[in-house]
Ligand binder design. Structure first.
Ligand code: SF4
Length: 328
């Protein structure tokens, strides 16, 4: 790929860059890191208001590091993939302890929870290092421009194409192009600054690149959540720190299993995780189980920081209480 294609893309980016709250004239590794962690598997539209709230509450990595874990997990509620939130906390504390973010990809990679992509993105965007971050948008555009069916071939091609000294801008230019023009379905090749240089467009089959991932069938699991009412309150607990949804507020209940439980459920809420789907059977109970927990006013459930699974399960239980026949 010749350098003029890269120059055309950078010109297009200069004129059309998305106005995103984590992009500033001055480089700020905290903003870059926070946005990249939030954007993993979550859309820009969902992340944007949440990012602003995070920054209002914790404007620096030191402030985030000093915040109570429950508050951060509560603020994260609804963004999903809670292991990311726990890694975020661990990383903020490690950075605060050393005083600042390290400035190179290899040093960033040593921070807790910072994977290869995030380390490369922070190094390139916030520190101007010639690192090559490849997210799904970058992967798709590079695969199409170079005509690569195999995703594994993309990073090497990207390294040959990113212009020296401009890796941060170029990565963001590719991300924007992938989000707005070179979309997964029906890319707008007629509006694309790379149309004359793109192998996939020349072949007339841009959507064929890269080849689709083979989807694995997700296993299905079951869980029981005890629905324990006291007037206008419901009993909530905090999940163990380790494991799925670790440290998050939840309805109480035993560990999930592969077998359908023999219970008389008030309602069943189905939820999709990345690696499996879950039927959560909501079962009314009289008394709270032994162990720690608290009575949460139902009118104030939103303040409990419930992850989406339990928030929707509680809504299903409340709906079933109101309309028992419809929900049965
Ligand atoms: S020409 Fe089409 S396929 Fe190629 S990069 Fe542009 S939008 Fe994507």
């Amino acid at each position: 790929m010749d350098a003029t294609a890269a120059a055309k893309l950078l010109d297009h980016y200069a004129a059309n860059a998305r106005d995103l709250p984590w992009r500033l004239a001055t480089r700020d590794p905290y903003r870059t890191w926070l946005s990249e962690v939030m954007l993993q598997q979550t859309t820009v539209a969902t992340v944007t208001p949440r990012f602003r709230r995070f920054l209002e509450r914790w404007p620096t990595v030191q402030a985030l590091a000093a915040a109570p874990e429950e508050e951060i997990l509560g603020e994260w509620a609804g963004l999903g993939y809670y292991a990311r939130a726990r890694n975020l906390i661990a990383c903020a504390r490690a950075v605060a302890e050393r005083g600042r973010f390290p400035a190179t990809e290899s040093e960033l990679r040593k921070l807790p929870g910072l994977g290869a992509y995030t380390a490369a993105a922070v190094a390139a965007i916030a520190f101007g290092e010639d690192a090559v971050p490849v997210d799904t948008n970058v992967e798709r555009v590079v695969a199409r421009v170079f005509g690569l069916a195999k995703r594994a071939d993309v990073p090497a091609a990207a390294r040959t194409w990113f212009p020296a000294g401009r890796h941060g801008d170029f990565a963001q230019a590719l991300m924007d192009l992938g989000a707005s023009i070179c979309r997964p379905k029906r890319p707008a090749c007629d509006r694309c600054p790379l149309a004359a240089d793109c192998r996939a467009a020349a072949l007339g089959t841009p959507e064929a690149f890269p080849a689709p991932k083979v989807k694995k069938e997700r296993p299905h699991r079951h869980g029981v959540a005890w629905w324990i009412r006291r007037g206008d309150e419901v009993w909530l607990v905090r999940r163990p720190a380790e494991g799925l949804l670790g440290g998050m507020a939840s309805l109480p209940g035993p560990e999930w299993t592969d077998d359908r439980p023999q219970v008389n459920a008030l309602a069943i809420h189905r939820h999709g995780f990345t690696h499996f789907s879950l039927d959560l059977h909501l079962v009314p109970q009289g008394d709270p189980p032994a162990g720690e927990g608290w009575w949460q006013p139902i009118a104030d459930l939103a303040a409990a920081g419930l992850p989406t699974l339990y928030r929707k399960a509680a809504e299903a239980a409340l709906a079933a209480e109101r309309e028992p026949k419809l929900a049965a």
